[in-house]
Design a binder for this molecule. Structure first.
Ligand code: ME8
Length: 650
């Protein structure tokens, strides 16, 4: 039988800096959903990735003194590393700098132009670079972006426009006829009242003042507007126009997940682009709330971001995933704090779940030598019945909540079973039963039921905490019995075979000393800020290179002959470097560490065959090699002795 498909996406994040726990939040939610649907037997496609073009990325790269491609490559390696550490089970990771994406986006632009949906015009208006969004004079709020509050820039350029207005009525009709299309409902009303009802203006879909983007295929002066480029990822990754089988298998998406600030792009621009391409619309756009800190939204520009890697160094990814999904009602804003995370770990994970398993296992060892006892036939007491009924109700209750993306309620519901199981222990007091020989059968039933309850809990936990269930199965002795791990096995109570050898092992979640943990998290954060350490750097030792690979690098002695600051930047210097036979211009991100005067006359190591790049519009042909000390200070590499400029290093 053909399996039902399920296609879920996260936004593709900007690799302008390393990601924070806000990004982890969306990705963990999408992952939990993907795992849930896989558990139910769906054929799932889960897509995430990175949105690598645009002025914002180009500027971040310039500030780091790198070419945009090198800059994003480094950050993306860190992002993949973070997702591996958080057990994100994506099926595909799309980067918008990949040829498979770029070619298809050019094809889309070309088609839209040829069919008249894109036309040439002149844009005069405001642009918010951090949000990469255009605003009209009416929308701009005292010179600031109405979305993020940062200053906007005046843009006046000839460009290509998309006929948004042509499709506005069709979109409004679609939204009204499909109440689930934009969720939660408050976001739907915002889209209708703030954007669609006042009338849609045509959208400028090209930029001419910078070049870090996908070129307009028939006009090399322009790059394609980053949101048209980015939104298309949801179809280019499925091989739109290249791999019809994959594309038709999964499109339309079941749900695009994101936070509320980018619902506008997904609920208005994206469906309209799709209508113009004659493609079906995604079934749902879900805009969840923000993780906020006490001082407001967590964002890079406010500098109040929480680095998930710092948390993952001390706590398991299952703990962090649980906290994110359980603490905040999906759709609403929620406050993130280390303290509430630690409390959740202690109460829900260590006390409720961890104790349930350790109490059960201790009693199994003490009273039955670790062998799962047989339950008494047909003698069900009230507490047994309640426990069994609650367990058997779980799958349908949780499935309903998951279909509404109510992760926190799904976990809350599951914890009702965890707590009921703990109460079941207290009600039946196995330690008292163990004192009387005639209660031995009853004692066996109680412990058997606890093992079964733990089996139910472990399967239901799989989407949210993918590692913990295996640890529970290994204690219950059912690790290799795959039939007992399946969703379908939740239809039946009593599947663990009496006689199975169970074994008590380490506590699932040791209790944390909250005060001590808070102090050490604070210390770790400050230490990292001081050293500028990048915790999302790719893990593992660097790979060896062969001598031939090394020989491909042309490193020479270069003499700096002139140096001057690059206007309107803090970090960049424009240098002229003498290589003996020729002089090269390079742009280097060292202005915070050297004055131009200090540099003139210095002999340094110089990578001469680096692919030339434009940085802030200036040609940069090569790279000065430098070391970075632990405090983040850049120190140029010097040559020991007087060697003529141009000498080759080997
Ligand atoms: O917007 N709370 O990328 P981005 C909750 N490239 N979620 C948060 C969050 C917070 N404090 N901070 C970030 C872009 N997020 C575009 C998307 S899609 C075609 C292009 C999550 O790196 C949330 O999902 O700014 C939000 O929508 C997204 O990261 C923004 O990521």
């Amino acid at each position: 039988m053909l399996k039902k498909t399920y296609y879920i996406t996260t936004p593709i994040y900007y690799p302008s800096d390393k990601l924070h726990v806000g990004h982890s939040y969306t990705t963990v939610a999408a992952d939990a959903m993907a795992r849930f649907k896989r558990l139910l037997g769906y054929d799932v496609w889960f897509l995430t990735g990175t949105d690598e073009h645009g002025l914002k990325i180009q500027r971040s790269a310039e500030n780091a003194g790198k070419t945009p491609q090198l800059f994003v490559d480094g950050i993306v390696a860190g992002i993949k590393n973070l997702w591996a550490a958080m057990d994100i089970s994506y099926d595909d990771f799309i980067r918008t700098t990949e040829p498979r994406h770029k070619q298809v986006v050019q094809g889309i632009f070309d088609r839209l132009y040829r069919q008249g949906d894109i036309y040439k015009g002149r844009y005069e208006g405001w642009y918010c670079t951090p949000c990469e969004s255009f605003w009209t004079a009416r929308q701009v709020d005292g010179g600031n972006c109405p979305d993020c509050g940062r200053p906007v820039e005046l843009v006046a350029e000839d460009g290509y426009f998309f006929r948004m207005s042509k499709y506005a009525d069709r979109l409004l009709e679609h939204i009204n006829n499909n109440p689930d299309f934009i969720q939660p409902p408050s976001r739907k009303n915002e889209m209708i009242n703030n954007f669609l009802r006042p009338g849609l203006e045509d959208l400028c879909v090209s930029r001419a003042t910078f070049d870090w983007g996908i070129q307009v295929p028939f006009d090399g002066k322009y790059v394609i507007y980053v949101w048209l480029d980015a939104l298309s990822n949801y179809i280019t990754a499925l091989g739109y126009t290249k791999d019809e089988t994959l594309f038709h298998k999964y499109w339309p998406a079941d749900v695009h997940l994101m936070a509320k600030e980018i619902v506008r792009f997904h609920a208005i621009y994206w469906p309209i682009f799709l209508m113009a391409l004659d493609l079906p619309l995604p079934k749902q756009i879900f805009g969840h709330g923000w993780l906020i800190m006490k001082e407001g939204k967590m964002s890079k520009s406010k500098g109040n971001v929480v680095d998930p890697m710092v948390l993952l160094e001390r706590y398991s990814s299952d703990s962090l995933r649980y906290y994110l999904l359980r603490e905040i009602s999906f759709g609403q804003d929620g406050v993130f704090s280390n303290e509430s995370m630690l409390q959740r770990i202690n109460t829900d994970l260590a006390n409720d779940l961890g104790n349930l398993l350790s109490r059960t296992m201790t009693m199994m060892e003490r009273f039955f030598d670790g062998i799962v006892p047989a339950p008494a036939d047909g003698k069900e007491e009230k507490s047994d019945q309640e426990l069994r009924r609650l367990a058997l109700e779980m799958p349908s209750r949780i499935e309903k909540l998951m279909d509404e993306l109510q992760f926190n309620s799904a976990l809350e519901t599951l914890w009702a079973l965890v707590r009921r199981s703990n109460k079941y222990i207290d009600e039946n007091a196995p330690w008292l039963l163990a004192k009387k020989e005639e209660k031995r059968e009853r004692l066996g039933t109680v412990l058997y039921n606890l093992c079964e309850a733990l089996r139910f809990i472990s399967i239901l936990l799989l989407p949210y905490m993918p590692r913990t269930p295996r640890r529970i199965w290994s204690q219950l002795g059912i690790e290799t019995m795959e039939d007992l791990h399946k969703w379908d096995s939740l239809q039946e109570w009593g599947l663990i075979k009496p006689g199975t050898k169970a074994q008590r092992k380490a506590d699932l979640f040791p209790r944390l000393d909250i005060k001590k943990e808070l102090a050490s998290l604070l210390e770790r954060k400050t230490e990292k800020e001081k050293t500028g350490e990048k915790t999302q750097a790719p893990a593992g030792k660097p790979k060896h290179v062969s001598i031939e690979e090394f020989a491909r690098l042309e490193v020479r002695v270069g003499e700096i002959v002139s140096a001057e600051p690059v206007p309107k930047t803090d970090k960049l210097l424009k240098l002229e470097v003498n290589l003996g036979q020729e002089k090269r211009q390079v742009v280097a991100g060292i202005a915070l560490h050297y004055t131009p005067q200090e540099l003139i006359g210095k002999k340094v190591l110089f990578l001469a065959n680096l692919k030339p790049a434009k940085i802030r519009g200036l040609l940069s042909e090569g790279m000065i090699l430098a070391a970075t000390d632990p405090a983040g200070k850049v120190v140029l590499t010097a040559v020991d002795g007087d060697v003529p400029a141009g000498s080759k290093i080997s």
